[in-house]
Design a protein around this ligand. Structure first.
Ligand code: COA
Length: 105
């Protein structure tokens, strides 16, 4: 096992929306595993569930995470300013999404 990825369904009016999270163990970074996992799980979700929107919210400074989302066809929708506080630091996050119809075209 070198990492983990999950896609979590939202509720109420967002029942066809899901949030994705992932990590790869540091010794395996830079081998394409992150991008491969994101691509494969999105294909699986859109093929086998009613989800129409998958989103991810990396920290704005997380260039590798933003890059694998962009490589997987996710669209950058904007920056969520001061959206988190980690270790006492106020951080921006970026909103990325992949819509089912994006990959059906
Ligand atoms: C984000 C993460 C999953 C990426 O996994 P990975 O297997 O290393 O990703 P890949 O090898 O598929 O791709 C990484 C891409 O980022 C690029 N990259 C990485 N660091 C970079 C940097 N500092 N500047 C520019 N590009 C960078 C790589 O060049 C590569 O792009 P390329 O294929 O166009 O060259 C991994 O770094 C990780 O687990 N980080 C810690 C947890 C985390 O941040 N999870 C996401 C929370 S939203």
């Amino acid at each position: 096992m070198v990492g983990s990825i999950g896609v979590f369904c939202k509720d109420n009016i967002h029942f066809c929306t899901a949030e994705m999270g992932y990590y790869i163990a540091e010794e395996f970074w830079g081998n394409g595993l992150g991008a491969s996992a994101v691509g494969q799980i999105c294909q699986y979700i859109f093929k086998n569930t009613d989800i129409i929107r998958i989103f991810a919210e990396p920290f704005a400074y997380n260039i590798a995470s933003c890059r694998i989302l962009e490589k997987s066809g996710f669209q950058y929708e904007g920056t969520l300013r001061s959206n988190a506080i980690k270790n006492g630091q106020v951080l921006d996050m970026k909103m990325y999404s992949l819509i089912k119809s994006d990959i059906e075209q």
